[in-house]
Structure formats: structure tokens, C-alpha cells
Design a protein around this ligand. Structure first.
Ligand SMILES: [Zn+2]
Length: 171
């Protein structure tokens, strides 16, 4: 049987057979849909369903959706209108931070103030974090502020993915 299943693109059952093929068990043409073909298709369909399920289940979004105080979809749409692209980082199942890109001018202004290291990270966090807004940097663990500041620099295009990874540590 011409099964060319790949992880990336699950096949639909009607795509798996060559029209010239016969059942390897009983030898009937596939169009006769013998019990072997039926059961093989059923198995394959289950596998496909499983793959689709795994693909759509995003642990970050699932954790975000389970937050008690999660911002509403309307609120998120409003932020998108105001800020353009916005981002979510989940640092734990219950620590979520929503932020926007830092504009080049904003970043330059912070650097021009002579801010460095933790002070710079705190200011990046303060400027770009959209939610939760009532919390300030002192409400977070240092690791959270540092990690989110690094992610903000990354999404803003000021540092590469590799640099972001290199700068980020679990504390
Ligand atoms: Zn058969």
C-alpha cells in the first residue's frame, strides 16, 4: 500500500491509496472496500485526528486561557488596534505578561539615559508591558522582568533569537 504519511502533513484516508492497488490481505481491489481496508482507514483516521489535536493544543495558550484574570478577547483586539503586534509570554502557569514592541526611539532614549543592566531591563519592562499594568517591576521576581525585557528586545528586533537565548536564564 502506498502509505506516505509524514508528521507535518497528515494524509486524508482518500489520499493513501494508489488507484491501481489491491488489498494486501484478501487481494480485493481497494474500491471494493473490504474489511481490511475499512479497518486500516479507520486506524489511519484516528492517527490523523491525534496529530491534528496535538498540533492545535498550544500549552502556552491553554495556560493563558486558564488564568482567572485573563484579559478578554475584546481587550486584546483593542490592544492590537492601539499597539500593533502584541505578545504574550507565560513564565509559569500563572505568570503571564502581555507586551508590545519597543520603538527604536524609545530604546535609544533609555540607553541615552545611561541605563544599564537591571535598570535598563526595568525601564524596558515598564514601557513595553501592557498587561498586567497595575503591577510594577517590584511585584515581579527579578527573573521575570529580565526574561520579559529580553523577549521585548527580541520581538522589537534589537537582538537576535540566539542572543535572547544567551541572555536568558532561569533564576
Ligand atoms: Zn481485504
Amino acid at each position: 500500500m502506498a502509505v506516505k504519511k509524514t508528521k507535518e502533513e497528515p494524509l486524508k484516508p482518500n489520499e493513501i491509496y494508489n488507484p491501481e492497488e489491491y488489498c494486501p490481505v484478501c487481494g480485493k481491489h481497494i474500491s471494493e472496500r473490504c474489511e481490511h481496508i475499512e479497518s486500516f482507514e479507520k486506524e489511519l483516521q484516528e492517527e490523523v485526528n491525534k496529530q491534528v489535536e496535538e498540533k492545535t493544543e498550544d500549552p502556552v495558550m491553554t495556560a493563558f486561557d486558564e488564568l482567572e484574570n485573563r484579559p478578554s478577547d475584546e481587550q486584546i483586539e483593542q490592544w492590537k488596534k492601539t499597539f500593533g503586534n502584541i505578545y504574550l509570554t507565560m513564565l509559569d502557569t500563572d505568570v503571564a505578561v502581555v507586551y508590545r514592541k519597543l520603538k527604536r526611539g524609545e530604546y535609544k532614549a533609555l540607553v541615552a539615559k545611561g541605563l544599564q543592566n537591571i535598570d535598563l531591563e526595568n525601564e524596558i519592562f515598564r514601557v513595553a508591558v501592557i498587561w498586567p499594568k497595575k503591577m510594577t517591576v517590584i511585584d515581579y521576581d527579578a527573573g521575570v522582568v529580565s526574561t520579559v525585557a529580553t523577549m521585548i528586545l527580541k520581538v522589537s528586533g534589537f537582538i537576535s533569537e540566539q542572543e535572547a537565548v544567551m541572555l536568558t536564564r532561569e533564576l
